[in-house]
Write a protein that binds this ligand. Structure first.
Ligand code: 5GP
Ligand code: MG
Length: 192
């Protein structure tokens, strides 16, 4: 697995430091445990890519919260370009209404923005008291930069990255750093 890495884009120490810093900004904006939000907080992680980011982030957020998962797929199989976003209803656990709660929607990476747009629509439809969005990574391309998002941990080059929850063809999510893969690894898999 490590032999497939081309370059480390963000190492595990930088990730840990930034996640902690971001959590402190979010906690400051959303209130403290002593003064909980009047309508409560619901975190909505977008599966699967955000699971490691969310696991780390929430342990630095001393706020009373519920967690409801949303599953959206856009890269079926050995692909590195979006095929449009589709909600996976069997893995999505949103309540019918979110009227009584503030929502923090969390994704791994903002690229074409299809995924976040679909997720925002699904949440808005349930009329939350307020909605904020957070991504671990935002690609340096206009489709991502033009989409409004409240919290961004890192801006990254417009390259296909894996690790820290992000996959290629289902693999590499367990890499602790955010990396690019060697061209031959991507090409080989795409040919199969
Ligand atoms: P978008 O819908 O904005 O194009 O992309 C969001 C989703 O596509 C992400 O949640 C992620 O699943 C996938 N994605 C986009 N760019 C990358 C990338 O560079 N690497 C990986 N592994 N997934 C990506
Ligand atoms: Mg995703």
């Amino acid at each position: 697995m490590n032999g497939d890495i081309e370059r480390v884009i963000i190492d595990r120490h930088a990730i840990a430091q930034r996640v902690k810093e971001l959590a402190s900004t979010i906690a400051g904006d959303l209130g403290s445990q002593d003064q909980p939000l009047p309508k409560g907080l619901t975190l909505v992680p977008i599966l699967s890519g955000s699971f490691i980011f969310v696991a780390d982030l929430i342990r630095h957020l001393p706020l009373l919260m519920r967690i409801r998962m949303l599953s959206i797929v856009s890269y079926p199989g050995p692909r590195t370009t979006s095929r449009g976003a589709r909600m996976q209803s069997e893995l999505t656990h949103l309540p019918h209404t979110l009227q009584n709660t503030h929502v923090l929607l969390i994704d791994d990476i903002l690229d074409t923005s299809n995924t976040l747009r679909l997720a925002v629509d699904a949440i808005q439809h349930r009329q939350p008291a307020a909605l904020r969005t957070c991504v671990l990574l935002r690609k340096q391309r206009s489709s991502a930069l033009q989409f409004p998002v409240d919290y961004v941990a890192f801006d990254v080059p417009d390259k296909f990255v894996v690790g820290y929850g992000l996959d290629f063809n289902g693999y590499y999510r367990n890499l602790p750093d955010i990396v690019t893969l060697k061209a031959e690894v991507l090409e080989q898999a795409e040919r199969v």
